[in-house]
Design a binder for this molecule. Structure first.
Ligand SMILES: [Zn+2]
Length: 142
């Protein structure tokens, strides 16, 4: 089995288990992968996963991530989000609602929201989550 970290177009992160990399490619190309949170089939594989298990034969291996690796991955995840979402800044709450109620084009956005705003959005059934770290300015990414 191989475990991939997947990310949908709405920035939901989830795990997918596949029998082989080919099985993943096949299901991916056939549009059979869907986000468990929003059902979107626009799903991308994250560049790395915390652990990989390759089963079968004498070539099995397992990796347990150490804190440094986890930290690197967390940063990569944040970078990925930053590079794949539109920054709507302080209009986040407004835009998130507009997208949810289909008053604005469906897309992944990020921006500022208070904990209270985030909670209210979640209560309305809107999939938002707080990034684990403060959002870095774009010019620090590279
Ligand atoms: Zn999703």
């Amino acid at each position: 089995m191989i475990v991939y970290d997947l990310l949908c177009e709405n920035a939901h992160r989830f795990e997918g288990w596949f029998t082989s990399p080919e099985a993943f490619s096949h299901q991916h190309q056939a549009g059979q992968l869907a986000c468990p949170m929003c059902g979107s089939s626009t799903v991308q594989k994250q560049p790395s996963a915390p652990y990989v298990q390759t089963g079968g034969g004498d070539q099995s291996q397992a990796v347990m991530a150490n804190p440094e690796l986890m930290e690197t991955m967390r940063k990569k995840f944040v970078e990925f989000v930053l590079q794949n979402t539109e920054d709507v800044g302080e209009r986040f709450t407004e835009e998130a609602r507009a997208i949810h109620y289909k008053e604005a084009p469906q897309r992944a956005i990020r921006g500022q929201a208070t904990m209270q705003d985030t909670k209210e959005l979640q209560e309305e059934g809107i999939d938002v989550f707080a990034l684990p770290v403060p959002v870095l300015p774009k010019d620090k990414l590279h």
